[in-house]
Write a protein that binds this ligand. Structure first.
Ligand code: AMP
Ligand code: MG
Length: 537
């Protein structure tokens, strides 16, 4: 195997912090600090993504051995790697937090894949950097398993995301107080190697803007557009800093971000910490922390105990928060424009994108070609009653939509309530809640739905296929992740690999793997890590 080539355009294009120490500090007028990972005592490869390895021209076997295992654990560098931690700020829970930065992430370099594409490799948990503040720069196994699995699961679901190449156990203990309850304990440490074209966030632009460092803000915008949005530099649009290019760039970020949150809605994903430092400039899902998957459908649900009070990052609020974050980004870009009109035009793309994508997404979940959005229309009433029913008793969203695909439209008008509702029973956490009244109401909705499907004329078979292509059967339920974590913490990565294997084909029936598609068991309802997660990672 030929040794990979690494591109250093990020470090060459942008100003570096000249202080070589990794002591915590404010870093001014620099996009990054050169900092090497801190070695660990006994690294071992717990799991790897075969797809990402192949994309990079590597094999998973290669990753388990030196020199790659050294690189993935922070114990060595491959020729051409120039490691750095980048400098960014952000709004956390709606408040400006000043400088944050890669406090435990270190980018090793950008690997040029056999197809010529450039992929940044970033270790998460590789030791302190100038941005670590009072923390240790490390990550625990449980949060690393969650990031590794979810990055890959999201990609297989068709949701834009950063990827994960490897999950390495470090052999070193990391002390964490899981629920911030005054009970710190040592946990096994781990490092995930994340992969993305870039890890630039909204916060990278907010920080220099807040410091009135126009020179750095311009350099970052120029680099980002030139390197990651080259399609915007065609024809007469020669310079990345021309206002029309900047406007088109922001419009594209707005469009991708809107598209991203519609995907999250479709699959029932709740990010949990949508701070502006956790918003990718490419519109990727980034920074998997206390995220969760809706089990019982609940617009108010947040997996993040740190957010339990305000519920800013609840499932039903992600579109609004995405908008808030985009407005923050636009405000940071104001100094690059003579007037705010272009920024406002770019932000308008948000509503336009949602108006197009949301009904299309909902229609596809229901197996319909189109949904009429006009308030008061029959379609709007159908959707409204659907969401009311999903909230009427604890209903597993993932199972519900898979089972809805099984409902027979022919004869629905004449079928009795119990027969009509039968395919859905699996989706209810408390089937006894489905009393006569709720069953009658559900059946009424199913008859209306069946009539709507018949009007559109799609037969049941093709409708089922269409629904099953957008409604996953397998998602990374928190309790499944927890079972994989239990193994990985004991040094056994088999359950991580088994779960990853199922999550590779989330829309397929996969007979024999039903246990990965079951609703959350009762024991997981209140277990830490299954229903409650903190930011402690
Ligand atoms: P997050 O909540 O993961 O988005 O992190 C917010 C900020 O805290 C970022 O600047 C992180 O790099 C930093 N951070 C989180 N955990 C650690 C840690 N264990 N060591 C150093 N910095 C951290
Ligand atoms: Mg973060």
């Amino acid at each position: 195997m030929t040794s990979p080539r690494f591109d250093r355009s990020f470090v060459d294009a942008l100003p570096a912090d000249l202080n070589p120490s990794n002591a915590p500090r404010q870093v001014q007028r620099a996009a990054y600090s050169l900092v090497a990972p801190t070695p660990v005592s006994s690294p071992s490869l717990v799991a790897a993504s075969a797809e990402i390895a192949a994309l990079l021209g590597l094999s998973t076997a290669t990753l388990a051995e030196r020199p790659w295992l050294d690189a993935l654990s922070g114990n060595g560098l491959l020729p051409g790697m120039v490691p750095y931690a980048s400098c960014y700020g952000g709004h956390q829970f709606g408040h400006w937090a000043g400088q944050l930065g890669d406090g435990r992430a270190i980018t090793l370099g950008a690997l040029i894949a056999p197809d010529g594409a450039r992929h940044e490799l970033q270790l998460k948990g590789a030791g302190p950097t100038p941005y670590s503040r009072s923390a240790d720069g490390r990550a625990v196994m449980r949060s690393s398993v969650r990031e590794f699995l979810c990055s890959e699961a999201m990609a297989h679901l068709g949701v834009p995301t950063t990827r994960a190449l490897s999950l390495v156990g470090t052999g070193d203990a990391v002390v964490r107080d899981v629920m911030y309850s005054g009970h710190p304990r040592p946990e096994p440490g781990a490092i995930v190697c994340r992969v993305a074209p870039t890890f630039l966030r909204f916060g990278h632009f907010e920080l220099p803007s807040s410091r009135k460092d126009l020179s750095l803000l311009r350099a970052l915008a120029d680099y980002t557009i030139t390197a990651h949005f080259p399609q915007l530099l065609t024809g007469t649009r020669a310079s990345a800093l021309d206002e029309d290019v900047l406007e088109a760039w922001l419009a594209e970020i707005v469009r991708r971000t809107a598209q991203l949150v519609v995907h999250w809605k479709r699959v029932g994903f709740v990010h949990g910490v949508m701070n502006t430092d956790n918003m990718s400039i490419l519109g990727l899902t980034i920074d998997y922390g206390p995220y969760g998957w809706l089990e019982g459908f609940d617009l108010d649900w947040t997996p993040n105990t740190t957010d339990a009070q305000g519920r800013r990052y609840r499932y039903g609020n992600q579109v609004a928060v995405a908008w808030w974050n985009l407005v923050s980004l636009a405000q940071a870009l104001v100094p690059l424009f003579a007037t705010t009109a272009p920024l406002e035009r770019a932000l308008d793309v948000f509503r336009a994108t949602l108006e197009q994508l949301e009904p299309a997404m909902l229609a596809s979940k229901l197996g319909l070609e189109t949904l009429e959005q006009t308030p008061g229309s029959a379609d709007a009433a159908l959707v409204e009653e659907l969401f009311a029913l999903l909230s009427a008793t604890e209903t597993d969203m993932t199972i519900f939509f898979r089972r809805l695909a099984e409902v027979r439209t022919a004869g629905a008008a004449e079928a009795d309530d119990a027969t009509l509702c039968a395919p859905l029973l699996d989706a209810y956490y408390a089937p006894e809640d489905l009393d006569e009244a709720l069953r009658a109401r559900t059946a009424r909705w199913l008859r209306a739905y069946a009539a709507r499907c018949e009007r559109e004329g799609t037969p049941d078979g093709p409708r089922r296929a269409r629904m099953n292509a957008v409604n996953p059967k397998f998602v990374l339920r928190n309790y499944l992740a927890q079972l994989a974590i239990d193994g990985a913490e004991a040094g056994d990565g088999r359950e991580v690999e088994a779960l990853l294997e199922v999550l590779r084909r989330p829309y397929d029936e996969q007979p024999g793997q039903e246990r990965y598609a079951e609703k959350r068991p009762e024991w997981a309802r209140h277990r830490v890590g299954c229903s409650m997660l903190s930011c402690s990672s």
